[in-house]
Design a binder for this molecule. Structure first.
Ligand code: NAD
Length: 256
């Protein structure tokens, strides 16, 4: 898709991957709507970015709030061409530990936040994209980028709920792309290794060295701009569709 005038909606856009992607795409002419928690820095960031950037507070755990915030973001943009979904997170605990079996409500919450939250955003974004009028037959109406993790493929000890949720996001990527292909809407997922974002702010230097030692190259945490470069490539390249792309310097997570 053309970046000039691209209308981008970013869920989780107040920080990390999504914010870096907004900045990268804005550099090339996009305009953006940020959706994020009311407690996030979204309002201040929208003001700082300028160029008509808007902020719409919401929580992906709340279906109605999500639907309303997406509609408001699309209205502010005057339509929707591209969406990035990054809201998510985990809960570290083994399937069974000294305190007992994994609490099922915690498992359900992680699935709700990552998998159902992502699907809810994507289905609504696809609806708004489907409203785009295009002149050329077979033309493109939109592109959706979801965020999994390499834990979807090699989950570490204690990551069972997160692994299940992220594997679900990776698993539904091709199906959604097939569902939406006839409308000219693409769907891809980025599966990062360990990156320096708000989510990993408490990872120590020693922890980072340990967690990236098995990478091929580079043996370091990624930076959000590297995610943004892939997001931009996905937006620009129409042949990228239905795939989960690892962004990991050749890293394969060890069991711990
Ligand atoms: N940083 C990493 O190392 C890494 C690696 C693999 C996958 N991920 C995935 O990336 C995503 C996190 O993005 P990030 O790393 O840029 O972190 P981040 O914390 O910098 O940004 C995430 C944004 O999402 C928002 N958010 C969180 N929960 C939300 C909710 N319920 N509703 C609305 N917004 C919410 C946060 O306020 C924040 O602004 C998660 O899905 C995570 O699983 C991160």
């Amino acid at each position: 898709m053309e970046l000039q005038g691209l209308r981008l909606l970013a869920v989780g856009g107040a920080s990390g991957f999504a914010l870096a992607s907004i900045k990268e795409l804005m550099k090339h002419g996009a305009k953006a709507a940020i959706l994020d928690l009311p407690t996030s820095a979204g309002a201040a960031i929208a003001e700082e970015l300028g160029n008509g950037t808007t902020f719409h507070p919401m929580n992906v755990m709340d279906d109605k709030e999500t639907e309303d915030a997406i509609a408001a973001g699309v209205e502010a943009l005057g339509g929707l061409d591209a969406a990035i979904n990054t809201a998510g997170g985990g809960h570290a605990r083994r399937t069974l530990n000294k305190e007992g079996p994994y609490p099922i409500e915690d498992f359900r919450r992680v699935i709700e936040l990552n998998l159902i939250g992502t699907f809810n955003c994507a289905r609504l974004q696809a609806y708004h994209m489907s409203q785009n009028e295009i002149d050329e037959p077979g033309g493109e109406r939109g592109v959706i980028i979801n965020t999994a993790s390499i834990a979807a493929f090699e989950g570490q000890i204690g990551q069972v709920s997160y692994t299940a949720a992220k594997a679900g996001i990776a698993g539904m990527t091709l199906t959604m792309a097939r569902d939406l292909g006839s409308m000219g809407i693409r769907v891809n997922t980025i599966a990062p290794s360990l990156f320096e974002t708000g989510l990993t702010a408490r990872v120590t230097e020693e922890g980072a060295l340990n967690m990236t030692k098995d990478a091929a190259y580079p043996k370091r945490m990624g930076v959000p701009h590297e995610y943004a470069l892939l997001a931009r490539a996905i937006v620009e390249n129409p042949m990228l569709n239905g795939d989960t792309i690892r962004l990991d310097g050749g890293q394969r997570f060890a069991p711990r």
